[in-house]
Design a protein around this ligand. Structure first.
Ligand code: FE2
Ligand code: FE2
Length: 241
């Protein structure tokens, strides 16, 4: 199996240039504000610290991209859940925390998978997938408050767009790619454009087991229960205030 589960044609489908530095000083990882620290500042610091704890090469550049392109100030939706400045970071940290909590509770590691072909799951995988699954939403919303307007110039795609953006900075492990790719669960089979689903529920039976691995929702969920858990956590986070 190849190192990356993202198909080559998918990564060529969209081209998003790396954001140039705009003279913005990242206020994560050591940069201290002189004035009062807000909840949003603390969240930003926490996310930066968690991401750097993975020690993944390129993570510092990825964090710079998040800061410069507005991950920490963006809403998470036009008028629904976390439709407020900083909503995207709040949602992402919430999903990450739920993942860490429930993975500990259920221990969804190889020992739980009854001999299926699953990847091992480590805390850094949960941090990367949980915090970065929705980076596709950077730049997606226009306006200064709810309701925001959808940015029609935004590149198409959701989970696959997140994967493409992340891959510009760090190399993801296969389990991280699977978690991010399928984090929308069944929604990803029809969301955004009915004719342009990001994946299907069932795999192509004419292909070999190896070729089908990780390509459909059912296959990914069957072999790696943690891929199902991130979908649950993404939904559960929407219940929290
Ligand atoms: Fe999402
Ligand atoms: Fe999400």
């Amino acid at each position: 199996m190849s190192r990356s589960l993202v198909k080559e044609e998918q990564s060529e489908m969209l081209f998003i240039p790396i954001a140039p530095p705009k003279g913005v000083m990242p206020n994560v990882l050591g940069y201290k504000r002189m004035k009062g620290v807000t909840v949003a500042d603390e969240r930003e610091q926490t996310i930066g610290t968690l991401l750097m704890s993975t020690a993944r090469p390129g993570m510092d550049r990825l964090i710079g991209y998040l800061v410069v392109d507005g991950f920490f100030t963006s809403p998470a939706s036009t008028r629904f859940h976390r439709s407020c400045p900083g909503g995207l970071a709040q949602h992402s940290l919430g999903v990450c925390n739920l993942l860490l909590k429930y993975n500990k509770e259920f221990n969804l590691n190889t020992t739980r998978n009854f001999g299926q072909v699953s990847f091992p799951v480590r805390e850094e995988n949960l941090i990367i997938a949980g915090l970065l699954h929705d980076v596709c939403k950077i730049g997606a919303y226009l306006g200064s408050g709810s309701p925001y307007k959808w940015n029609r110039a935004q590149p198409k795609g959701h989970a696959l767009l997140s994967l493409i953006r992340i891959a510009k900075y760090i190399e993801m492990e296969p389990i991280e790619e699977l978690m991010i790719k399928f984090h929308m669960g069944t929604y990803g089979t029809f969301e955004f454009e009915s004719y342009a689903a990001e994946y299907s529920i069932k795999g192509d039976k004419s292909k070999s087991k190896e070729e089908r691995y990780g390509q459909s929702l059912r296959n990914a969920w069957y072999h790696n229960p943690i891929v199902k858990l991130i979908y649950f956590c993404d939904e559960l986070e929407m219940f929290s205030k």
